[in-house]
Design a protein around this ligand. Structure first.
Ligand code: MG
Length: 320
């Protein structure tokens, strides 16, 4: 088991020494960058959060530029009451389609009256949260969306709290399914914290292994596969001390989409082996993935960063 784990870690992550030196990834990135473009029909997707406010300078022009870079699929951020960051959502859809792009997914955190940033779940608010999902799913069906994805983890201080959150996810999944959408959950690194199942506090176990279950695993085990899928953020999975390749191998039926992300520009940090991740993604039959970029560290614009990420994927022979 340990050997398999070690093999997988090495397969998907580059070595710790390489990570610290930043060398292994640089070699890998350089190889990919020098490879010829193998397909003109790559299905690059972008999480629009990556562009921050830069998208809203001139949405139609920005959309066209994205299309020229190779992006054809978008995952939205900023939905609220029929608008995408204060732009009417149907106007937003039109601008997207006029530029040859398609809205495939949208990140949405549920809110309730008086709590705009809802993190603390209690059983009593399930009906209010359900109402939110009903209205939001109806809007996203109009947008032609395939996925509706919850991107932030509600507070999970205990195992039982995590199980209650799973009930909310299952309910959201049911509502989305009725609207013709697939409900998904997107991870950061905090989902890889461990919670101990009640009764297991003093369980005799291997002293080398940490006690408890990772929250991501509790979510996967306690949500209905017919209602809830997972959008694995490969970068945050690594930051949480886990191997995205291992998750793809373990849960081919649950992970339906990926966030393709690095510390900044894809392929430059040496932290992730995107070739192995893409190979396994295709083996699992996953076709939907979205590039994500946090703040650019070098003073260049988000748009330039997103362009560099697209160039990396367009040149990479392992991206089909
Ligand atoms: Mg992400």
């Amino acid at each position: 088991m340990n050997n398999r784990r070690d093999f997988l870690k090495n397969a998907s992550l580059l070595t710790a020494a390489g990570l610290l030196a930043g060398k292994a990834g640089s070699i890998h990135a350089a190889n990919a960058a020098s490879a010829p473009i193998v397909s003109a029909k790559k299905r690059l997707g972008l999480q629009i959060y990556s562009l921050q406010r830069e998208l809203y300078d001139n949405i139609p022009e920005r959309m066209k530029e994205l299309n020229k870079m190779g992006y054809i699929h978008l995952e939205l951020a900023g939905y609220g009451k029929g608008k995408i960051s204060n732009v009417d959502m149907m106007e937003f859809r039109k601008m997207t389609e006029d530029a040859g792009l398609k809205i495939v997914s949208s990140h949405v955190n549920p809110t309730i009256e008086g709590v705009p940033f809802l993190m603390e779940y209690k059983k009593e608010i399930l009906p209010q949260v359900s109402e939110y999902w009903k209205a939001t799913a109806a809007d996203h069906a109009k947008l032609g969306c395939k996925y509706l994805v919850q991107p932030m983890m509600p507070t999970c201080r205990t195992y039982d709290e995590a199980l209650m959150v799973c009930d909310f996810f299952n309910e959201a999944g049911k509502i989305c399914k009725e609207a013709g959408l697939i409900y998904g959950y997107h991870n950061h690194h905090m989902e890889f914290q461990r919670l101990i199942k009640p009764g297991d506090e003093n369980k005799n176990q291997n002293p080398w292994m940490p006690l408890g279950d990772q929250i991501e695993d509790i979510f996967i085990a306690n949500t209905d596969p017919s209602l809830v899928c997972f959008e694995l953020d490969v970068y945050w999975t690594v930051r949480g001390g886990n191997d995205p390749l291992e998750y793809l191998l373990k849960h081919p039926d649950r992970i339906k989409a990926l966030h393709i992300k690095d510390t900044a520009i894809l392929g430059q940090s040496g932290l992730l082996n995107f070739e192995n991740i893409f190979n396994q993604m295709y083996k699992n039959g996953i076709r939907d993935y979205f590039v994500e970029l946090e703040n650019m560290p070098d003073g260049r614009s988000q748009f330039e960063g997103v362009k560099d990420c697209a160039a990396y994927l367009m040149k990479a022979p392992f991206v089909k």
